[in-house]
Write a protein that binds this ligand. Structure first.
Ligand code: NAD
Ligand code: APR
Length: 246
């Protein structure tokens, strides 16, 4: 409620190094469905390891391509919301060190954030399995969009289940987390490893842990503050109003 948001504003004001960690819940207010929300999540009735995995890439290319064509269509129809813009403004004001994101929509960068660690890659680009040439994701929506000029198969540059996460993003996220005294989780169910190690690493490093999420997460007991009764967009606007003193 309001009191919790006021407390969050105070903690942000006092923080020496605040780090933000986002999941799919950060982009639902932009119109992109998340993965595990009760009715609307993408994984409802689907097995992610059969679609967003190296196994699907090898043995179910039709299903893999159809799944990512649908995801790319959604991405191209949506844009960052005011919450993304507020986070970019907080970076400009030195309020947050950076954003660790599991999201592949690129909305943080599109809204102006510069320090972003993309743990699961980015859906905006395709690369060829054979020659490694890259293309904008929109190509997937064209006829034969999955075929590279060289004839190879094109895949989105996202981390699939079964793949390791990009070392550079992991290293950046670990460095920020080690030095954080405030760690703010926005819109993640925190059920996927290894991304969900970071909130735990922050707590172990002595940071205050705040979780803003519509549904309970496995790390709620570890958190110093949990806000589950308001959408992320509302929380960020209210906290920003507190910080700007109007
Ligand atoms: P995993 O449990 O196999 O972990 C991937 C590797 O990263 C492991 O080798 C682990 O040791 C390493 N690692 C992770 N965090 C680390 C850290 N903090 N420091 C050092 N090393 C670390 O992952 P998985 O279950 O096989 O899935 C791979 C990833 O793909 C998952 O994170 C999953 O969320 C992601 N994924 C992305 C999409 C998408 O659309 N972007 C879809 C499905 C899955
Ligand atoms: N405000 C607050 N919470 C929200 C909002 C919102 N507007 N919209 C959704 N949520 C919450 C949901 O209740 C849900 O618990 O955000 C959470 C999103 O969790 P998931 O759908 O599991 O998404 P995420 O945690 O990012 O998934 C992790 O799984 O499939 C892989 O790689 C994929 O990056 C993804 C990873």
């Amino acid at each position: 409620g309001e009191t919790q948001m006021k407390m969050l504003a105070e903690w942000l004001r006092d923080a020496r190094q605040a780090v933000v960690f986002t999941g799919a819940g950060m982009s639902t207010e932009s119109g992109l469905p998340d993965f595990r929300s009760a009715q609307s999540g993408i994984w409802q009735g689907k097995d992610p390891t059969q679609l967003a995995s190296t196994q699907a890439l090898r043995h179910n290319r039709e299903g893999f391509a159809a799944f990512y064509r649908m995801r790319i269509e959604g991405l191209l129809a949506c844009r960052p919301h005011e919450g993304h813009a507020i986070l970019a403004e907080w970076e400009r004001r030195g309020r947050i060190r950076g954003i660790i994101t599991q999201n592949v929509d690129g909305f943080h960068q599109q809204a102006g954030s510069r320090n972003v660690a993309e743990l699961h890659g980015n859906l905006g680009t395709l690369c060829c399995l054979a020659c490694e040439r890259t293309y904008p994701a929109a190509r997937y929506l064209q006829p034969d969009g999955t075929v590279c000029d060289c004839g190879g198969f094109l895949r989105p540059t996202v981390v699939l289940f079964g793949e390791a996460l990009p070392q550079a993003a992991l290293a950046k996220a670990s460095e920020w987390t080690e030095q954080a005294d405030l760690f703010l989780v926005l819109g993640s169910s925190l059920v996927v490893s290894p991304a969900n190690w970071f909130p735990q690493q922050a707590k172990a490093a002595g940071a205050r842990l705040v979780i803003i999420n519509r549904e309970p997460t496995p790390l709620d007991d570890l958190a110093d503050l949990v806000i589950g009764d308001a959408l992320i967009g509302t929380v960020l606007k209210t906290v920003e109003a507190e910080l700007s003193g109007y």
